[in-house]
Write a protein that binds this ligand. Structure first.
Ligand SMILES: [Zn+2]
Length: 144
């Protein structure tokens, strides 16, 4: 994602926003669904308060200076427009950058397949359901 360094380097505007060390991720109005595109499940239902959140290092790097939902949206639009300009195609044909700005809520099958630390991922999911906040650090891998 080196071409976006210029965009990502912007400072967080002063005032408000998520507490230090956390970033905001919108919560669904009801239950969730497994949104891991690498998980073979049929989009398992994830009841409110449960599931596993996977935070990649890419997401951490991208959200460091865009910790609120509003800032992440601005950044996603900028990334899409920049890619559209570089490719010379309308923005509507450029893939969304949501997956590099948002952690993934997933079922236990998906979490086990990725080999992430289940206890940490479940605690992060519970905290996110309660507060809408996700810690600004990558999900650790499970101990072998
Ligand atoms: Zn799944």
């Amino acid at each position: 994602m080196g071409i976006f360094n210029k965009l990502l380097g912007r400072q967080n505007p002063a005032g408000g926003g998520p507490p230090p060390g956390f970033f905001e991720v919108p919560r669904p109005p009801g239950d969730g669904l497994c949104s891991d595109d690498q998980c073979p499940c049929p989009e398992n239902l994830i009841p409110r308060g449960t599931g596993y959140v996977f935070i990649s290092q890419d997401v951490v790097n991208n959200r460091r200076n865009a910790r609120s939902v509003a800032e992440a949206q601005v950044l996603a639009d900028r990334m899409q427009q920049e890619m559209s300009r570089r490719l010379g195609v309308p923005a509507v044909f450029v893939a969304s950058f949501k997956n590099v700005l948002t952690p993934v809520l997933m079922c236990e099958q998906g979490a086990r397949l990725r080999g992430i630390d289940l206890a940490v991922a479940a605690a992060d999911a519970k905290h996110w359901w309660e507060t809408g906040l996700v810690p600004l650090r990558a999900t650790p891998m499970a101990r072998k």
